[in-house]
Design a protein around this ligand. Structure first.
Ligand SMILES: [Zn+2]
Length: 419
């Protein structure tokens, strides 16, 4: 169901900075079609040809792995080419991008997808406090970008629609005609089979059916996915894990989650989930109670919030977050002890994964990955110390940083699947 104009007014009243895009803009977008040759979409949002790509039996083989590419500028905010949103305007989304800089999409040549080469895609990455959106071309050039606050509850979905409206409105008519597909990624529990955002504890929605709430107002097929799934897929296929078939990507932030790829395939359960690495119990039964209800999960020791909390409990000194604790690593024995405990918990959690599937590479993403070698080196050592029969995986920092979700959403939209 599409958002109603009055819902947009509600959003403005909450101060999320949406201009009166509403029905007028959607009316303009509704009739828009992609360029000739772009397949029409099905009601589930996937194009016919990409739906074939969902199933290996459909005949499409996965591209062969390539050697890792050199780091590129993809982890920096992209540019806006023209017709961009403006920085600091309260009546429009603020942009995280700057005009005039190309963001190349390295490795894109192998992934042609089903869109025409000149097609544009719309990606939106929804976080607990803000949602970010971009319209990009196949080379990663950003044509429109914006950020809006994420309201609580199901209203967040109206704001996602409004952000997409705004991005499309920032394009010229000719550019808008090239926007062929979108992808929206959200946190929490997502059930793709039931086309539903099941639950988000941070934002507070439950059982929200997606249906045509994006595709109808934007006038194009729109894919919907779990944010960590897409961000981890992007780091594996196009980022630090590029060219390696067996990779575990951990997203270390306020919480901990991740993805696992084995034999060149992203591992997804029968329920569609990609794993809950932050909730592997490593301090059971004497650890702290986790938000999930269990005791001693990795997250209770090694998440950003837990590192900051442990340091405060140990020293009585509050910090602005785990990054500050990492900055004290060389001079503060308490910081060193807290981080050593976090590294131990991460290693304890990973050790079962390593024994089960022997990944060659562990990629660390999310905010804590900014610690770099201060985290990767001791984690690699801690894993190595725990192994006897299987080789220790290399531990590296992700390539895309905080942009992994947006880059993943754009790639997902372009290729139509998590290939
Ligand atoms: Zn837990």
């Amino acid at each position: 169901m599409a958002a109603r104009p009055d819902q947009h007014r509600d959003a403005r009243a909450r101060g999320v900075g949406i201009r009166a895009a509403g029905a007028e803009l959607r009316g303009r977008c509704r009739g828009h079609r992609g360029p000739p040759g772009i397949p029409r979409y099905r009601s589930d949002g996937r194009s016919r040809s990409s739906a074939t790509a969902l199933h290996p039996a459909g005949g499409r083989s996965r591209p062969r792995p390539r050697p890792p590419a050199q780091p590129g500028p993809l982890d920096h905010p992209g540019p806006v080419r023209q017709g961009h949103t403006v920085t600091g305007a309260t009546s429009k989304p603020t942009t995280s991008a700057r005009p005039g800089t190309t963001v190349p999409e390295m490795g894109a040549a192998e992934f042609t997808g089903d869109l025409s080469p000149d097609a544009l895609v719309l990606g939106i990455d929804v976080g607990g406090t803000t949602m970010k959106g971009e319209i990009t071309d196949a080379a990663g050039l950003v044509y429109a970008a914006g950020v809006l606050e994420t309201p609580k509850g199901e209203a967040a979905f109206d704001t996602m629609v409004a952000l997409g409206d705004q991005l499309l409105a920032d394009l010229t008519d000719a550019q808008r005609d090239l926007v062929a597909r979108g992808a929206v990624i959200v946190p929490g529990i997502v059930d793709i089979a039931r086309d539903m955002a099941v639950f988000s504890s941070n934002i507070g929605w439950r059982d929200v059916v997606i249906g045509d709430r994006f595709s109808e107002p934007w006038g194009m097929p729109v894919l919907f996915e779990h944010d960590v799934t897409v961000a981890g897929w992007a780091e594996w296929r196009f980022g630090a894990g590029q060219g390696v078939d067996d990779v575990c990507v951990l997203m270390l932030g306020t919480g901990i989650s991740g993805t696992l790829s084995v034999g060149g395939r992203l591992v997804r359960s029968g329920y569609g989930q990609v794993g809950e690495y932050g909730h592997i119990p490593v301090r059971y039964p004497n650890g702290l109670r986790c938000a999930c209800g269990n005791i001693g999960c990795v997250e209770t020791v090694a998440s950003g919030a837990s590192v900051a909390r442990a340091y405060a409990a140990r020293t009585g000194r509050e910090t602005r977050g785990a990054a500050e604790v990492f900055a004290l690593l060389d001079t503060d024995p308490d910081a060193k002890a807290v981080i050593a405990d976090a590294v131990d918990a991460l290693a304890d959690g990973l050790i079962g994964v390593v024994h089960a599937v022997c990944p060659r590479l562990v990629v660390l993403g999310g905010g804590l990955a900014g610690a770099g070698a201060a985290l990767t080196e001791p984690l690699h050592q801690a894993i190595s110390e725990r192994l006897r029969l299987v080789p220790a995986p290399e531990v590296v920092v992700g390539r895309f940083g905080a942009r992994a979700g947006l880059i993943g959403a754009a790639r997902f939209a372009r290729y139509g699947d998590l290939l």
